[in-house]
Design a protein around this ligand. Structure first.
Ligand code: GCU
Length: 694
């Protein structure tokens, strides 16, 4: 009996020991499994601020070989004596270098601010985890974009709109009393990739988030995030003066309305002295806004901007607007509404523009507003959560998608006027610059619903810091830290083509918005009966007996004319439109000859097949990695890849069955017939699919 007890005790210790090491994804890319520790006194901090303290703690948690490592601000006497090139670092950049400090050889992490040092500490950890050494280290970096912000579409009841990773991380109910340690880990993760702002609540905002109890809750989060250099912002419901203030109007030019917002803003700043400001979705998809009072978006934004200005706050005003009452091509509506307002916004307003003109599709050409509003700071908004790219279960690395838009040439000021240069302010000399990502974070143990989704959070942060970073460079860093340097090449190989595979099996050759209604899960290209025309997939693909695609040239909606002439010319001509965007801009005969020599119809089928073949290949690659990856993360990913495989076939088969019902063409030789008839695909229902707006 005693022997048995002892055995149980030993087994328990072993089990606890293992579970402490369990790889459930919680540690993200900050696993620090180097097996090395550093003596506590090997890290020296000069000065004492909360940010310096967390920077040193992070290094102690992660390190790694011998010290001494010195964290010291640029004004430190010994650092100043080194005459390092620190002025260009601004207030967030860092410099890491092997130096002699006094008479000691040390690794110096320095910056003009403690936040810069914190970023330097994380950069040092990244360097060491990806195979770098401390030997003659020389790293320096400064972010190119000022506001690097996550947008949480989190409702106050915990449901995350378009969220596929569990309920909201914010437990509004137990805040402000309980500060879940996860809030700190969230802040660490963001700081490690340079994210410096977070909008806590959904753009489809409830006025309640501006009431005193919720301000106190937001303030508790702001306290946790502050040492990590992260500012809190709130989505503001434009009609809050009516709902909370009892006013009869929310007209931005009404003095009482402006006074209400000013008082409300002052109240927020009393609780959160470094509050970042407001994000606003106005007059879009049923949200209230200045247009309700025949005022412009600039009138609305400027009124709020005046309220936050005395506190140094800003307003991020979204350009995602379209109206069912407007018969104009939906892709044109944001430009039509915002372009005339260029130069009319206050200087603490930044207009937030989605990467493409419709809505976060697997592929969209860059939004025509980029380059078209030189007098207005524009920030870009990407979706990190995969509303239209297979939810959490499909492996789709978005780095290539971010890079594709950021490197797109608007030609607004000649060749080389990339979207990145528009948003980093260099093209039009703006000081207020920003980038936003709709978060894919929830209370799932692995934060993002799958290990590979973490890569999209990571890539967003890294590319927000430096929008010229290459997607594969970022993927390599992530894979080395998330798994191990040994599996980097095969993992990156899987990741790099994964988003294109989704494009291929869902919306090839420039198609878009073909997803099922509401939840957007699965195919629905046949949907034609919804009240608003632009909610129907048939509005977007326009397939008929002779061809498919949306004519956005002069013979159609002429959306191409919204681009700068050099770009417009290319998009206006099918021969100079990249094939990947062809059906976005042109209605093309099924018999059109493509670059491959195939005609359009077999070319489409070829893309569907390429998409499913890529997924099959990822499964094979992942199987081969089994011995090199821990069981828990390997198994979940393998299971999700099987789901993706099944759903990729579903997308392909449903799409092909539908197109054949329209074009009456036979399957190309050698192509597999859909597994079911069209009626079967049309009959699929998913009333409880996650992420649906409430
Ligand atoms: C998409 C998404 C909505 C969201 C909207 C927005 O349309 O489906 O859930 O509210 O974008 O960005 O405002």
């Amino acid at each position: 009996m005693r022997a048995l007890h002892r055995w149980i005790a030993i087994a328990a210790i072993v089990l606890v020991g293992t579970s402490a090491q369990a790889e459930d994804g919680y540690d993200l890319w900050m696993r620090y499994r180097t097996g090395q520790t550093v003596a506590a006194d090997a890290i020296e901090t000069r000065g004492d601020t909360p940010s310096l303290r967390v920077a040193a703690a992070e290094l102690r948690r992660g390190l790694v070989g011998p010290g001494p490592i010195v964290l010291a601000i640029a004004t430190d006497r010994d650092v100043a004596a080194l005459h390092l090139p620190l002025s260009a670092l601004g207030d967030e950049g860092y410099l890491i270098r092997s130096v002699k400090l006094g008479d000691r050889a040390v690794t110096l992490v320095t910056a003009n601010t403690d936040r810069g040092i914190l970023y330097g500490a994380f950069a040092l950890l990244r360097h060491l985890q990806t195979g770098g050494s401390l030997d003659r280290i020389a790293l320096t970096s400064t972010p190119r974009i000022k506001l690097r912000v996550l947008n949480h579409w989190d409702n106050l009841d915990g449901v995350v709109e378009r969220g596929y990773a569990g309920v909201s991380l914010w437990d509004w109910w137990t805040l402000p009393d309980f500060r879940d340690p996860r809030y700190t880990d969230y802040a660490r993760a963001n700081a490690s990739i340079g994210i410096n702002g977070t909008v806590l609540n959904n753009v489809n905002a409830k006025a309640d988030s501006l009431t005193a109890p919720y301000i106190a809750k937001a303030a508790a989060l702001a306290d946790v995030f502050r040492p990590y250099g992260i500012k809190v912002y709130l989505s503001a419901r434009f009609s809050a003066p009516i709902e909370l203030g009892g006013l009869k109007t929310a007209d931005p030019l009404d003095p009482q309305v402006a006074a209400w917002w000013k008082a409300k803003t002052d109240e927020i700043y009393r609780a959160i002295p470094d509050f970042g400001g407001f994000l606003v979705k106005a007059n879009s998809e049923g949200q209230p806004g200045p247009r309700d009072y025949h005022r412009s978006h600039a009138d609305g934004a400027n009124m709020l901007a005046a309220a936050v200005r005395p506190h140094g706050g800003i307003v991020m005003w979204r350009a995602f607007v379209y109206a069912e009452t407007d018969p104009e091509d939906r892709a044109k509506q944001a430009y039509t509404e915002f372009k005339p307002l260029d130069g009319k916004f206050a200087d603490n307003v930044i207009v937030q523009v989605k990467n493409g003109a419709i809505d976060f599709q697997p592929r969209e050409p860059f939004h025509p507003l980029f380059g078209a509003m030189p007098k207005t700071p524009l920030m870009i908004e990407f979706q990190i959560t995969k509303e239209y790219l297979g939810f959490a279960t499909h492996l789709a690395y978005l780095g290539p998608m971010f890079a594709e838009t950021l490197s797109a040439d608007t030609m607004a000021k000649g060749v080389g006027s990339t979207v990145a240069k528009v948003i980093d302010g260099s093209l039009d000399r703006h000081r207020l610059t920003g980038i936003a990502g709709v978060a894919n974070i929830g209370r799932d143990r692995d934060w993002s619903g799958s290990t590979f989704n973490q890569a999209n959070w990571y890539a967003f942060g890294r590319m927000a810091w430096d929008p010229t970073l290459k997607a594969d460079t970022v993927a390599r860093e992530w894979a080395a830290m998330t798994f191990s340097p040994a599996v980097v090449e095969p993992v990156v190989g899987m990741m790099m083509g994964s988003r294109e595979a989704v494009v291929d099996y869902m919306t090839p050759l420039g198609l878009g918005h073909l997803m099922a209604t509401g939840h957007h899960y699965g195919p629905g290209p046949w949907v034609a009966d919804l009240a608003r025309p632009e909610w129907n997939p048939v509005y977007y693909h326009r397939a008929d007996k002779t061809g498919i695609g949306f004519d956005r040239t002069a013979t159609g909606s002429n959306a191409v004319a919204q681009y700068a002439p050099g770009v417009a010319r290319n998009f206006a001509n099918p021969a100079t439109t990249p094939e990947r965007d062809l059906l976005w801009f042109h209605h093309v005969p099924w018999t059109q000859r493509m670059a491959s020599g195939r005609t359009l119809w077999p070319e489409m089928v070829h893309h569907y097949d390429a998409g499913i073949a890529y997924v099959a290949n990822m499964r094979r690659e992942w199987d081969a990695l089994r011995p090199s990856i821990d069981d828990e993360r390997w198994t979940k990913t393998a299971t999700y890849l099987a789901v993706q495989d099944r759903e990729a076939h579903w997308w392909r088969d449903a799409s092909i069955a539908y197109w054949m019902s329209i074009n009456g063409l036979a399957l190309p030789a050698g192509a597999a017939a859909p597994a079911h008839d069209l009626a079967w695909y049309k009959a699929q229902r998913f009333p409880h699919a996650p992420g649906n707006p409430q």
